[in-house]
Design a protein around this ligand. Sequence first.
Ligand code: SF4
Length: 1015
Amino acid sequence: MKISRREFLKGLGASAASLAAIGVSGTVFGAEEKGLPARYYRAAAKLQNSLAGEVPCSFCSVGCGLRVRVLENVPLFVEGATQHPINGTVSWSGGTPAYRSLCGKPFHIVEAMRLGKEGILRSAMVRKSGGVFEKSDIDSAIARAAALIRETHSAKFIKVDSEGRTVNRCEAIGFIGGSYSSNEECYAAQKLMRGLGLVYIDTVARSAIAPTVQGLLATFGRPGATNPIPDIANADAVLIVGADPATETPAIMRYVFDAVIRKEAKILCVDSRHSGTAARAHTHAAVRPGTELAFILGMINFVLQNGKYDEEYLRNNTDAQFFVAEEFRTIVDTDGVFSGYSEGEYDRSSWRYILGRDGRVARDDRMKHPRTLLQVMKKHFGRYNESAVCRVTGVSRQVFNSICEDFCTRTGKMGAAGVVLFGRGLTARATGTQAVRALAILQILLGSIGVSGGGLIPIVSEPNAQGAADFGLLFEFLPGYLPSPTKDLDSFDAYVRQHRKVSREPDAFNEWKNIDCYLASYLCDMYGATDIQTAYSYLPKRDPRKDYSVYGLLCAMERGEIEGLIVMGEDPAASLNSERWFAALSKLRWLVVFDWMVNDTAAFFEDKRFGSGGPEVVVIPSTVFVERQGSFTNITRWVQWQGAQILTFVKAERITGLSFLNSLYEKLSDGGTGFDEGLRALNWEKAAMVDASIVLTIINGLDFKSGNSVGTRTLLNSPLDLKADGSTQCANHFYCGCTAGKRKWQEGDNRLDDEGGLGLYRNWGWSWPSNVRVMYNRAGVRRDGTPFAKPLVRFSAAKWMNDMDTVDGAPNASPKEIAPFVATPEGVAKMFSSALPDGPLPAFYEEPDLPFVNQFSPAYRTNPVLIRREGDILMGDSSFKGTEKLAVCLRFSLGEHLGAGSYTRRLPLFAKFLSQFFVEVDSETARELGIRSGEKVRLRNLRMKDGIVLPALVTKRLSSFRVEKTSFGTVAVCTSCTPLGEIKGGVPVNALFPTAGDPSSKNASEIGLCVIEKA
Ligand code: SF4
């Protein structure tokens, strides 16, 4: 084959990265015209024969566009999509479709698919207890999985519990999945699993998403990020806390730089690590690990004490003017805890507003009365004054004040706004959810919610973590964040009474008042035409005192309470504590894994300590990312569709998640014996459930009475159409109406037009709820209809002008009729909330593993309602004294790895590049202990007495610090460092961390304390 160089470069548009991805090293761009080596022509021939298509990137939650080439049923290489609002064309830079950003992750994953040791699975695998994997056909493997589920279910299903309550649950089977699946797969998975009565339904992405969900729900009534990613470019200041977008998500960082260019925004970074983002920030506060929250609380105090808040915004939109109960006490009054504390838990009855005779919240709109929330907050946050915060965090006064001034003074005024980006360095803490609340409070005070250039955006590396949470793969929620039923709520009416938010505020839209409509529509989706009370009785009822999260599941597996586990597209053994997971997995009777590669969870028995006996393992091969169809929700609620153009590559050797679940359902329900009537009553239309586009229609919501099947029913237009009488079918009210508009985004009608020039791109994909791009956007308009701060919607001539965004809440209600925060019962953003178990306002506590005195509240070192789990010995409880050198241990992921790296770690090429794992050691500690890069060090603590040994990488990215007179080191280990895979030196590093943690999100703290020594 003869191809000219010009054809080679221009005709194919191949980049150097593309060539590298197909096995050609070096670059062609510097080559001489006179000729190219034969390998280039071979590469070009491969490219010419390959097929291309564009898909949303499903490797993290940013939602970039990928252009993918596929050859012989295997992805060949990826590039950034040029025509994409997140990583494609930059609208402010002239509109040329030439610029696209892409992080390295997709390249490595495609490499793993092409070249990994096992490559993509091409058949099912079955391993008998104590044996090795043997190939099987998919149908037989699913039949075997169904038989195993059936056996356990028959033996362990509980219809009525020991107290005589109907609970319809099976606690002996667990399900983990979600973040690597499409929304349609998540929807179908929760449906089948809840149909089976499972209550251990969770996602590993909990660690990334749950604090944000809980923190935002408590504050705004909705769990999603407020503003879309491209809107970052409209910010006057960007505060980045505990996240490193410059390294991990360049597609986000480009908008931060855009804000600097367009608005002269300041980049302000609060992070214990000297990260890539810190290096690019105007100011970096290198806080002591675990004190990021203290810094944010100090910023709130700065705003309150210096009057930097936007008074008009507070009066219009927040609870600052509300009276707080007389009996309420803050940590300042009660030596470190709020009122109601007793023996590890709170009675929350004093965490309330005072109601007037008319049932409305009593208020002082001057916000001067000492019982108004603004004054209570001044007292509470006064504890976090400049000198105390600087002492605890180790940050200089100059840096603290510089960040406060640059963020709060720039943005706390009319017409200006700042955005906050945050990550696991803030949220993976024992107070992680309260940290999200603290950021929300800061933004509320500054008037930066509901306006352009403002808001809160979490940075989450797990793909479709948002979709997994949206569709009920966090155990505590059904889809749409309806609380999952507990055994004490034994009827539909009891559930609604408990969870309906009642409001006496005449201008509160209070969308949760319709929870009866949402739940009835969910039940109709689950069980069809059955009456609502009967349908509700089928739903599994969990025990409200039990922890059904992935961490709780681990403990239950260790106790031998779980017989079988179904894992769909996730790898808990690699992501969490592999030492404990391997041991717990070996206690199962059976394990079913659905994935495109044999991951660490499926292959745990390759670790010889756990190889004998153990469960029967069934692995079902899943399609890879280019083969499937479906929608994915990015971290700012954008729902993007992956179309069918690349689906032609699906072969019988792999199946989609929907096919797997459908086949499993068929085999489980075949004959129907041995199953509770709940599973038999499940509304599962087989023909519809294998097609993602039809499943999306079901998700959209249907008028149930208008036809006999999905295809004949009428689409609903919005959540306002949902009814409580069983006449509407909708699994998730937030997605109701998603496909009902004129623009068929799921059929490829996506446009890059940006009407307002603000980067909202509301004709690209769809955004929940109701295609609103900036939530609570009524907040930019005064109650009389005049704009007051960066408005996104206008009210003119008695109607809303949706020229930039869709107005949030009832579309026909004027600003006077409806207050901006449409999801809270009071119609305002709630800085004071009783929704979380550890306080109505955020407070700082030390991490559970750190033995330091909490200098703000010495009587309470760590979170007083910390969630503690069996087998967890905390270093913070001990007096680890003596001559040993102690170091705080942090976790990080390598950008090249997908998640915990269970796929990428098995790639020989990548293993050559990163030949062995390592531990980063701060340079001062290394000097003190005489450790040089490459030399072995041991890390050990009470949970790992023998410790782990890894080569050191001495770095300035971490710093040691002093607490009182003692110096502590800082080390960091790679989450992906498990014993399985191609890379040498893998050890179960996650065992160094506790599983104790945040009582709101049920997450474990990701800060451990260990002894460091030369090995
Ligand atoms: S930033 Fe995330 S979505 Fe974008 S290319 Fe990288 S992995 Fe994919």
